[in-house]
Write a protein that binds this ligand. Sequence first.
Ligand code: HEC
Length: 167
Amino acid sequence: MRMINYKIIPSHMRNFNSGSIWPVVAQAHNPARNQSQAHCRLIALALGLVGFGLQADEFNDKDVERWQREFMSVVEDGQALWGSPDLGTNGVACGQCHPNAANTHPETYPKFQKQLGRVIAFREMINWCLMNPLEGEVLELDDPRMIALEAYATYERRGIPLEPGKH
Ligand code: HEC
């Protein structure tokens, strides 16, 4: 017979008889009880987020300066890659068809792209151009070079309202 360690069963689940596991399972599947537990969890999560929000606000001008500097150095890496033929195999660079990231529209992603037949992230379209016009290899989506290309294109389009899904 299966043994149940009574002490580790929460009090609201302890009203079973004769050591059978089934009443415990029935209790656990009680929708009303599960709903109220879900509410409790949501409230706890919300409180946690408020706490985190307060903490996350604590930064000073020096922090901002450093974050900005680090961001811009990645943008500069992206700009260099954008003009470089090294990403592909046929001597072509992104900037030849997209000078200053023209016609890349990062603000419209995620969106449906017919080349891939589904809703995709901006990075996946970068990979599409890497494979097709540049005849190169795709980059891992978290490759620092991918992040740099994305940083450069989105930086060039800063201030433009987000319009996900737009064509
Ligand atoms: C030979 C020209 C050419 C080169 C080089 C090229 N692209 Fe493209 N790119 C295109 C064309 C054409 C499209 C339009 C495809 C479509 O939306 O049907 C496009 C589309 C895109 C899009 C999507 C634009 C949108 O409106 O959704 C992104 C992002 C993009 N390219 C990034 C890049 C990046 C990054 C590189 C370099 C790795 C690159 N492209 C190189 C021709 C090029």
